[in-house]
Design a protein around this ligand. Structure first.
Ligand SMILES: *[C@@H]1O[C@H](CO)[C@@H](O)[C@H](O)[C@H]1NC(C)=O
Ligand SMILES: *[C@@H]1O[C@H](CO)[C@@H](O)[C@H](O)[C@H]1NC(C)=O
Length: 622
């Protein structure tokens, strides 16, 4: 694989040209003998945490594709090791500083040398004069750092593998949420598909059967809201709106099939009625498409039989694919041989269904039902729409091709939240969540402050756009659980019995996850901007109280060279849970957003310091 080739290259470069900064890593090899056991805990993180963050994906997973926050990551339960006392007042370590680069002459002695690593193992190194070189393959995992050789044969070293995405300079309830235009929720591996029944993602993260995760649904909405703001109104080509009685572009498969303009009794809209067999074995009524660039479609459609609407498309390898939207409770299925992907719209006969589909991802998720990602990406990319086909007896309106459907996707999320809110104003999560097996666990039916807060952010934006109070009322209802303790099934914890903390995972003992808490605060902030009366007062009270806690406690998450994901080491006596760079970056992105709405000094200093950690800066030691 390319990866090992790069490693070799790095090795070579490291040896052959001493101009590299990795030389610095070797300086620690000159040590006084007195240091018995260096207390550096060897971090044995094999694969999981870095596998998807390899050098070539740098930046793709910061706020982007795969981290999400939410989904907080598959936390591995780390073993707790007995931690020995640090050798505190040990002697000063002598550190040799290399200020200038060494000139390399090919004849100079380049000797193999054994490097003894903390008396625990031996690594083959190289020695040139006074300089010692450790192999990158050792350095990289040992120090959890990243690097690659670029085309100019420069070795690019990075301490971290994620990128900060600063927010917009101003913020309001209708604004872009953080820099969520960088999120593409639906491409995450654990997202099975965006359903055709409700238009929101369904996840398999903690239950392979698939379920809706409110945080994910909300993030899907917020990301599309952000993308809509960035992209502006879409280009659109209306293929059929039944405003003309000339429907001759539609091709009938047989004499019995027909289309005509009709008036929908329900909406009194002029729509197109179609009648043909509902069997997908027949060709259906076909509308050929000549437009080549618009890869999304929208339609309002209603059926009185088992009808369907299908898109015949072309893949980048020239093959054809059919994406069918059918009456089924099965969200998605693939018939690879026949080139058919089926999306279930649920059982919604005799009612208007609004579909807005991003076909690229519909096709990608279709193939992923049976094929591995590596094979899907390139050769099977969705290229263009060739035909729209309908089956059964039904009515259709607003059939449109477009370059994006972000606003529809945003409203699919908002409407899902309105439909699925329960009596307590919450969106219960129906899977078991094990933060730490046997210690920090949640049984199905738990609520998340992050879910509640992110939902508020979606609903506040939907209200801002529509002025429809249904959205606002749902957001206000979502406040209730913030004033119910975790022990009573709510989301509120108290740090040291005093400070309100809204729990992403309301475990007992509390977990005090930082990013989930801040997401909940942003939701409360959004709501207090748009709400009125009692709703506004309540949102303000809960928000202010949470902000006080955050300002007071934020330092507890600072390790001096990174951040902690939660406070399990304090609340549950477990080993500290360091935030991987993705999450550290999420923390920074969040603080940067908070700085736009709150000018507390603490956020400025924290943001500055935390950004420094990404470049390897550390706080002073004594
Ligand atoms: C519609 O499809 C379902 C399941 O595929 C089938 O049971 C039912 O008989 C069909 N109804 C009609 C009217 O064809
Ligand atoms: C078609 O779109 C128009 C404009 O958005 C809308 O008013 C109308 O209700 C839609 N038609 C149907 C049948 O939903």
């Amino acid at each position: 694989m390319r990866f090992s080739r790069v490693l070799n290259l790095v090795m070579m470069v490291g040896l052959m040209s001493c101009l590299l900064t990795i030389c610095l890593w070797s300086t620690c090899t000159v040590r006084t003998s007195a240091i018995k056991e260096a207390q550096v805990e060897m971090v044995k993180r094999d694969e999981p945490s870095f596998v998807h963050t390899e050098y070539h994906k740098r930046g793709t997973n910061s706020i982007g594709t795969n981290n999400g926050d939410e989904e907080g990551g598959e936390e591995e339960e780390e073993e707790e090791k007995e931690e020995e006392e640090a050798t505190e007042e040990a002697e000063d370590r002598k550190t040799k500083v290399i200020g200038k680069s060494l000139k390399f002459s090919p004849q100079s002695d380049l000797n193999d040398i054994d490097c003894n690593i903390n008396g625990e193992k031996t690594v083959k190194c190289k020695k040139v004069k006074d300089e010692v070189y450790l192999p990158w393959s050792f350095v990289k995992p040992y120090f959890e750092v990243f690097g690659e050789v670029d085309e100019d044969d420069t070795f690019n070293f990075h301490h971290a593998n994620s990128i900060v995405h600063p927010p917009q300079p101003t913020y309001g309830a209708g604004s872009m949420f953080m820099a969520f235009d960088h999120y593409t929720v639906e491409t995450r591996d654990r997202v099975k598909c965006v359903t055709a029944s409700e238009g929101v993602p369904i996840t398999t993260q903690w239950d392979s059967k698939g379920y809706h995760y409110p945080i994910q649904v909300a993030q899907y909405g917020l990301s599309h809201h952000a993308k809509h703001l960035i992209n502006g109104e879409p280009e659109a080509l209306v293929l059929e709106d039944a405003q003309s009685s000339d429907l001759s572009r539609w091709i009938m498969p047989d004499r019995k099939s027909k289309v005509n303009v009709a008036t929908d009794p329900e909406t009194e809209m002029q729509v197109m009625e179609f009648v043909t067999s509902d069997s997908l074995q027949t060709k259906g009524i076909v509308l050929p498409v000549t437009e080549r660039n618009l890869k999304c479609f929208k339609v309002d459609i209603k059926f009185s039989t088992n009808g369907s609407i299908s898109i015949l498309g072309e893949l980048s390898n020239g093959e054809k694919i059919k994406i069918h939207f059918i009456f089924s409770r099965d969200d998605i299925s693939l018939d690879l041989k026949g080139g058919n992907i089926y999306y279930g719209m649920g059982e919604r006969r005799n009612e208007w269904i609004h579909l807005a589909r991003q076909l690229i991802f519909d096709v990608m998720k279709g193939f992923l039902q049976k094929i591995k990602m590596e094979r899907v990406k390139d050769p099977l990319w969705f290229k263009r729409i060739l035909e729209v086909r309908v089956h059964g007896h039904g009515w259709l309106d607003n059939l449109t091709l477009t370059n994006h459907v972000h606003l529809d996707q945003f409203f699919d999320s908002a409407n899902w939240l309105v439909r699925h809110q329960d009596d307590r104003g919450g969106w219960p999560i129906m899977v078991t969540r094990r933060l730490v097996t046997g210690v920090l666990e949640l049984a199905p039916g738990w609520y998340s402050a992050m879910g509640q807060g992110q939902a508020m952010s979606v609903l506040a934006r939907a209200f801002t756009l529509t002025k429809d109070r249904t959205y606002l009322d749902a957001a206000v209802k979502a406040l209730k659980l913030f004033e119910v303790d975790s022990a009573q099934g709510g989301v509120r914890a108290k740090f040291m019995g005093q400070l309100d903390w809204y729990e992403e995972y309301p475990t007992i003992p509390s977990s005090f996850v930082l990013n989930g808490f801040i997401f909940s605060l942003l939701g409360l902030y959004d709501l207090k901007l748009v709400a009125d009366g009692e709703g506004k007062e309540t949102a303000e009270r809960i928000y202010n109280s949470g902000m006080t806690s955050l300002r007071t406690n934020i330092g507890m998450y600072d390790t001096g060279q990174g951040t902690l994901y939660d406070l399990r080491h304090i609340s549950a006596g477990l080993a500290p849970n360091r935030a991987r760079w993705d999450y550290h970056t999420t923390h920074i992105n969040q603080i940067l957003q908070l700085m736009v709405i709150d000018d507390s000094e603490i956020f400025k200093t924290v943001a500055h310091r935390w950004i420094g950690y990404l470049k390897g800066h550390r706080s002073r030691h004594n």
